[in-house]
Design a protein around this ligand. Structure first.
Ligand code: ASP
Ligand code: MG
Length: 404
């Protein structure tokens, strides 16, 4: 039996016709006698953003079902063009939409979850020795409604297909050469990482590293599907995402991320009583906003301040809910600040190394960067700081933890 390899090409790899032709050549070159190729493709360049903008020219609250009808078309275009490019070069290929390859999802439009994949038609095409091209980021409900899998969802399509088809490896082709110690577009000392664990990658993706969709790594981790992240424009090996790296000695910090996609809300003088936090966060969740980092101060006066962060895009609705609930529970003012950034250090080695947090706080202090909020997980430490210090913080942390 031939090995199946799943390859995914991101939007920047197929941004225009010339790049599609380059990708087509690359796909043909990796199609050997002893393998089958299934290729997942994202929409051309910024198509998905452009489609979203079109919708917002009509209404700020487009129906989510119609949004999915619209947004899923980007990948249908790129998959067809890629199949044509491959055929023009003399190899056989066939493109399919998510629904055609039987990617069944739940009904959560714009962020649907994959429930089952019936790989029947992919297997049939592979048997006919065709290169199979699948439009990423989409599926279909049991009622035949088209859904999308959340932004960056082509990664999820690729990982899920790799699992269902028992692929040997899942290769993610992108515009950088792999996973870096920090964003190479922002810090030139960033180094490519050879191997990283699923849990570290998941943490980095959730904390702002933009190479892969976090949900896709969750699936890869659950089913132990090795992922090779590499460049579409270079033959160089990229980064392997695996269960366990082969380094004998763990390094403490594997990478540094930062993002400024959150805003902070503070509710002043909240009565310090049982059940109050539950009331606040139930209301905010009902308003449809996620909440991340939460800090509640110790109270000496029977009142306390509660601060938390929300995604910037949810700020308006979260503020509205916070003001309403503050009034109800007789708390004080509600303040907000969207001029913040989160810088995080990530590494499984933190479990066994001491003093990592202290070093982080010390170097930020030395550079006169004030820490506003702190949160930790088993393998990461995040600080909320003023946005204007974001780049500097990443740079000094990168150096302190010897990632240069
Ligand atoms: N085109 C979709 C997006 O931009 C899906 C993807 O690129 O993975 O989010
Ligand atoms: Mg994209």
């Amino acid at each position: 039996m031939k090995n199946i390899i799943v390859q995914k090409f991101g939007g920047s790899s197929v941004a225009n016709i010339d790049r599609i032709k380059i990708v087509a050549r690359r796909i043909i070159a990796s199609k050997k006698k002893d393998n089958h190729l299934v290729v997942v493709v994202s929409a051309l360049g910024d198509t998905t953003d452009e489609l979203e903008n079109l919708a917002h020219k009509i209404t700020n609250t487009p129906a989510e079902r119609e949004m999915d009808m619209l947004m899923s078309t980007g990948e249908q275009i790129s998959s067809a063009l890629l199949a044509m490019a491959i055929k023009t070069l003399g190899s056989d290929a066939i493109s399919f939409t998510g629904s055609q390859v039987g990617i069944k999802t739940n009904k959560s439009h714009t962020k649907a979850r994959i429930e089952t994949i019936d790989c029947h038609c992919i297997k049939k095409a592979l048997k006919e020795n065709k290169i199979v091209i699948v439009a990423g980021y989409q599926g279909i409900t049991e009622d035949n409604d088209i859904t999308t899998l959340g932004r960056g969802g082509s990664d999820l399509t690729a990982v899920a297909l790799a699992y269902s088809l028992k692929a040997k490896v899942c290769e993610i082709y992108t515009d950088v050469k792999g996973i870096y110690t920090t964003d190479p577009r922002k810090v030139k000392q960033a180094k490519k990482i050879k191997q990283i664990t699923f849990e570290e990658m998941l943490e980095m993706a959730s904390l702002g590293a933009q190479v892969m969709q976090a949900r896709s790594i969750e699936v890869a981790k659950r089913f132990n599907i090795p992922i090779h992240v590499r460049s579409s424009f270079s033959k160089e090996e990229g980064t392997m995402i695996v269960k366990q790296t082969d380094k004998l000695e763990d390094i403490a910090v594997r990478g540094i991320t930062s993002n400024s996609s959150e805003a902070k809300i503070t509710i002043r003088a909240v009565p310090d009583q049982a059940g109050i936090a539950a009331k606040i966060f139930t209301e905010i969740s009902k308003a449809g906003s996620n909440v991340d980092l939460i800090v509640q101060n110790v109270s000496q006066t029977k009142h306390t301040d509660i601060s938390f962060t929300v995604p910037k895009k949810d700020l308006t609705k979260a503020l509205k809910a916070s003001r309403a609930v503050a009034k109800k529970i007789k708390a004080g003012d509600v303040l907000h600040d969207d001029n913040i950034a989160r810088v995080s250090i990530v590494g499984s080695g933190m479990r066994s190394h001491h003093g990592i947090a202290a070093s982080m706080f010390e170097v930020l202090a030395k550079n006169k960067i004030n820490i506003d909020m702190i949160s930790t997980s088993e393998i990461s430490i995040s600080c909320i700081i003023e946005k204007k210090h974001e780049a500097k913080a990443v740079e000094v942390l990168h150096k302190t933890f010897k990632l240069n």
